[in-house]
Design a protein around this ligand. Structure first.
Ligand code: HEC
Ligand code: HEC
Length: 240
């Protein structure tokens, strides 16, 4: 007996759909639950994932920070352990854990204005990541990493999620357009660093960015206050 094509297609799709859902749960159980708890409730070695936005969860896996090799090990960005599809499945699973009400949408990055982004970057990011995004030590063993390997998507996620000691910037602190512009600026600096008229022109790494060098020391001392300030406004406008 011959089944109509539509039925065959349905038969082929249904188990695949079910599998995709189960995959997220299975991957979560295997790679995350031992530290974060079966229901994302947290344990004494890792914080709860309930209340964490999709941007946060996606960023932590996509940047290779999670799954952490062992509790207490300092995670450093590296290639993700999972495929993009698997990351989406894990994130989807975390967003449907019982009691989860955090923002389940991921940031969408559109083409931005690198010049405007440069100004915003200087105001909000340079004090930690360096004027050209090449990273800096920010004290107490914390390093603001080089942004060279971060994708525009990871930049947007990090801004919204605030990994580690980095402040979280809510929509009131930086609009979606601001984030687009910053992401494009960071990638622009990186790809045009050696251009004659690029941001690195004349061997003066701070060109086009303004008086950051002189202000650097001041910025540095002001970071504590600044972070508190950003946290306050960032969280007030929180969408996480
Ligand atoms: C070996 C233990 C361990 C495993 C396994 C692990 N984590 Fe984590 N995770 C931690 C610890 C510890 C922290 C808190 C320290 C930090 O943020 O770096 C953390 C932090 C996080 C955060 C940030 C939470 C916040 O406060 O913003 C997210 C999101 C996360 N983990 C997701 C995951 C996911 C998803 C997996 C599975 C793919 C996973 N983790 C596997 C230990 C672990
Ligand atoms: C107070 C200092 C501070 C400020 C301000 C700050 N960051 Fe960060 N940023 C950090 C630290 C520290 C980390 C590493 C966090 C971790 O791994 O736990 C980080 C991580 C990141 C990452 C992840 C890099 C990677 O390779 O995984 C990106 C992207 C990023 N920051 C972008 C930005 C942007 C864009 C801004 C400005 C809107 C900004 N940061 C402002 C300190 C800061």
């Amino acid at each position: 007996m011959k089944l109509p094509g539509a039925v065959l297609a349905l038969l082929a799709l249904a188990p695949a759909g079910a599998l995709a859902r189960d995959d997220g749960a299975r991957l979560y159980d295997t790679y995350c639950s031992s530290c974060h708890g079966v229901h994302g409730e947290g344990t004494n070695v890792a914080p709860p994932l309930i209340g964490k936005s999709a941007a946060d969860v996606h960023f932590m896996i996509d940047s290779g920070r999670m799954p952490a090799p062992a509790p207490g090990v300092n995670e450093i960005p590296h290639a993700p352990r999972f495929t993009y599809a698997q990351i989406d499945q894990i994130v989807a699973h975390v967003m449907t854990l019982p009691g989860q009400r955090a923002n389940a949408s991921l940031p969408v990055v559109q083409a931005g204005d690198a010049r405007r982004g440069g100004r915003l970057y200087a105001e909000n990011c340079a004090q930690c990541h360096g004027a050209l995004g090449d990273g800096a030590s920010i004290g107490a063993n914390n390093v603001a990493p080089d942004l060279a390997t971060a994708t525009v998507f990871q930049i947007a996620e990090a801004v919204r999620a605030g990994p580690g000691v980095m402040p979280r910037f809510g929509a009131r602190a930086l609009s979606d357009r601001d984030v687009d512009d910053i992401a494009y600026y960071v990638k622009h600096v990186e790809t045009h660093a050696d251009d004659r008229n690029g941001p690195n022109a004349g061997g003066f790494p701070l060109a086009h960015i303004g008086p950051v060098a002189e202000g650097f020391v001041a910025w540095f001392c002001g970071i504590g206050a600044l972070v508190l300030f950003i946290r306050a406004i960032g969280t007030a406008g929180s969408d996480a």
